[in-house]
Design a protein around this ligand. Sequence first.
Ligand SMILES: Cc1ncc(COP(=O)(O)O)c(C=O)c1O
Length: 411
Amino acid sequence: MSPTLEEMQRRDVADPLRAMRDAFDLPPGEIYLDGNSLGALPHATARRIADTVRSEWGNGLIRSWNKADWIGTPARIGGKIAAIVGARPDEVLVADSTSVNLYKLLVAAMQAQAGRSVILSEPGNFPTDLYVAQGVAATLPECALRTVPRDQIAAAIDENVAVVMLTHVHYQSGARFDMDAITRAAQAKGALMLWDLSHSAGAVPVDLNAANADLAIGCGYKYLNGGPGAPAFLFVAERHQARLRSPLTGWMGHAAPFDFTDDYAPSEGIRRFLCGTPPILGMAALEEGVDLMLSVDRAALFAKGQMLCSAFIDLVEDRCAGLGLEVLTTRDPKARGSHVSLRHAQAWPVMQALIARGVIGDFRAPDALRFGFTPLYTSHVDVWHAVEALRDVLVSGSWNHPDFHVRAAVT
Ligand SMILES: Cc1ncc(COP(=O)(O)O)c(C=O)c1O
């Protein structure tokens, strides 16, 4: 049975996180279900950016590297994200993009695993993960990317696998791997385990240390609300930090960058995975998003995310039955992230028609409508209205307007 509007209103009244919505600058009259692509703007971020620009950059100028601790941002914000992903503060660093961090960790892992040549992943992993792994394989001698379907991963790990590279929550289906079980299976065969947490950090419980994970990466601009193109994070378990070496040996990862010597020597600890100068405006925005995430009870946050997903699936199955939709995401809350995908033969124009009605989700090729439920600012009533709008778009056929068939550069 799907919930009624009255029931969703009751859930909002009882929601311990309902005040958090006021912390965000959301356009009135819209329902934003795309926080898993680009998190919303916190009010505090606009103030922080203005202050960083005017006061720290404008007045402090070069002094702010020390006085405002700009130089400490990668480790400081990394230490905060560590609390969200179950790591120690000195195991997480904010730097570069997710793709670049993946490159650094994959090459470091391959070089540390002498005699092993395979990066193991699944077909349909997020494209950048597969593309970066293909680039690593093309660059390193004796390295190959092998992909096997997700239910065969554990069985496919053998003595030739150097690193198992998987996305914890799948970007499209929302399917969530059992982090403990897969990590155990990889390590039982001597492989390192690398998790992409882009759709997990701030969306579902993650405990890298409890799972004994080796390596991880993730985005700052999704559930962490770090802003468009926010710097990403990387995790290297403390036990590996001394032996793993970043292939991007920039000066910020040097043991003594301001000695200006000619020869590279890696820093101790996680800082060796820095490359160049941190982007301070992006760092400031990310820190506000992370601080907001740290200010709430995350068990309540994740429970609400799952309630929103379940209600959405129930409502779609009830209110949109017979309208050409197929739910691609599992009904099991423990086996999914905080987004839900629906298949529809006309997914692109349907999503454009929905966006025109003020319900913002996204389209993922070839035929998926994807809806992210970011529990910091999505209400239960939002979910109810979103499904009614989807039903209306499908019943009325309003999606079949020529304008909605035009593909944009970014989908
Ligand atoms: C699983 C996953 N990895 C990586 C990325 C993006 O990487 P980058 O920030 O380098 O563009 C995304 C973006 O949506 C993603 O979903």
